[in-house]
Design a binder for this molecule. Structure first.
Ligand SMILES: [Zn+2]
Length: 461
């Protein structure tokens, strides 16, 4: 069994007091013990000298669209709806090979930013293009990251008042069958699970009320979680008021979409009463500040959600709206956005780290297993090297969160297995992964042109 001792390290366990110079003992895929000073003798254990390093829980990403790795840098100045309308035709051309290359590169890049668990919301399944969900699961398994794919869906195309072109939507029955099948095929509910599936119709403006309701029933019958986009932009709010006669969160409440098994991406445009609803129902939020900034969507009321006791985790959102997606970066962006809106006492460095770890674990229903460094939890650990330039900052957690540049990642463990060492991916060939991501972008552009999507040519012009 894998046995490792990390010593002489500053430990920020997120739950429990910080330990300025301590040790972490890993046995198999769990944390066996941690505490101050050197570790007791553990025969046969690999010893890691953590001098100059900060140990934190691995970061947890709770909102992403990995396929978008193949469509970065496009529609750079559009609003959410303009950006979506520009990119839908390009995304309609994706196949399993594009998704595999994009997911591999996207997940590898996330691991290099300290992420040990990632969700992915995949909601476009063009017909006859191979098994897209299998492609991203395979990419995650090759890398060794903990993966929570969300089987997404859209059934409300333009002819039904929705935003996407009809060619991109699926039929309700097909969606429910495919979603049930994804849960049955991949979902592993065990404590050590590296693969769990959630159910995720895309958003109020791309999905029918029937699909939202049926998806919630399906998820609850299978005891898996529910995820969707909500209250991301004012366009969405206007759409909901005009077409549904109510604001986005009121709509979700009516459809049975609130509760501790639900987490929403964004939740930017909330009323005071919405914030109370999040807290009261223990519905989670995936805060995605880079994407919200990039699309000019607004600044989420995260400080108020946290003050009311609601669960908030972080998400990078898809790579097409937060290019070269870094979860490390989201910690800092979250802190700065909140302070810009609410003042310097809004979110502390430690609260930003909490959102990136235990808050994310809460969104995924895994706060007993991951998100903090505690004996008995899974050994998902990031070891950040702070003995370079960062040594000049008095507080290691401040150095990590306030600093604009990611410190070198000495080690990243997922269930005790080394995924990153000395800033390089160890389970996969990093250069090949990066090249496959570039190839996915070129392939997607070529497929779209072959299929004659004029809009795809426009965004590539
Ligand atoms: Zn999203």
């Amino acid at each position: 069994m894998n046995s490792m001792v990390i010593e002489n390290v500053h430990i920020a366990p997120v739950v429990g007091a910080e330990i300025p110079s301590g040790h972490i003992h890993v046995e198999g895929d769990r944390i066996a013990a941690l505490g101050p000073g050197p570790a007791p003798a553990v025969p046969g254990a690999t010893r890691v000298d953590g001098t100059g390093c900060l140990a934190t829980p691995g970061l947890v990403n709770t909102h992403h669209h990995l396929y978008q790795w193949a469509s970065q840098g496009l529609a750079q100045d559009g609003t959410l709806f303009e950006w979506l309308v520009a990119l839908y035709p390009l995304w309609a051309a994706m196949d399993a090979e594009v998704v595999k290359g994009a997911a591999g590169a996207g997940l590898g890049y996330l691991a290099l930013s300290g992420c040990t668990t990632s969700s992915d919301h995949h909601y476009i399944f063009p017909k006859g293009r191979g098994d897209l969900l299998a492609a991203e699961v395979e990419a995650a398994q090759e890398l060794g990251i903990r993966f929570h794919p969300v089987r997404g869906s859209m059934d409300r195309g333009a002819s039904q008042g929705g935003l996407p072109p009809d060619v991109l939507v699926e039929k309700l029955d097909e969606i429910l069958d495919a979603t049930a099948d994804a849960v049955d095929t991949y979902h592993d509910p065990s404590f050590s699970s590296k693969l769990r599936v959630a159910v995720g119709p895309c958003s109020p403006f791309t999905v029918s009320a029937d699909l939202m309701t049926e998806a919630a029933s399906l998820a609850r019958s299978k005891n898996v979680r529910l995820h969707t986009h909500l209250a991301e932009s004012l366009d969405e709010e206007e759409h909901c008021l005009a077409q549904l006669g109510m604001r986005p969160l009121e709509y979700m409440e009516k459809l049975g979409w609130l509760g501790p098994d639900v987490w929403f991406a964004h939740a930017v445009h909330l009323s005071d009463s919405d914030i109370g609803t999040f807290a009261r129902t223990r519905t989670g939020t995936a805060h995605c500040p880079s994407s919200n900034g990039r699309l000019g969507a607004g600044v989420a009321r995260v400080t108020e959600l946290l003050r009311r006791g609601a669960n908030v985790g972080l998400g990078v959102d898809g790579s097409a709206s937060s290019e070269l997606t870094s979860l490390f970066g989201e910690m800092r962006q979250a802190l700065l956005f909140q302070r810009a809106r609410y003042g310097p006492a809004a979110v502390t460095a430690r609260q930003a780290l909490e959102m990136a770890t235990i808050g994310g674990a809460g969104n995924l229903g895994r706060q007993e297993e991951i998100g903090s460094l505690e004996a008995g939890k899974l050994a998902d650990i990031a070891l950040w090297r702070l003995d370079g330039f960062a040594e000049a900052v008095a507080d290691p957690v401040c150095a990590l969160v306030f600093g604009g540049r990611q410190p070198p990642l000495a080690l990243l463990l997922v269930g005790g297995e080394t995924i990153v060492e000395d800033g390089e991916l160890r389970t996969v060939a990093q250069d090949e992964l990066a090249r496959a991501g570039g190839a996915a972008r070129r392939r997607l552009a070529r497929l779209a042109e072959e299929q004659g999507f004029a809009a795809a040519k426009e965004v590539h012009a």
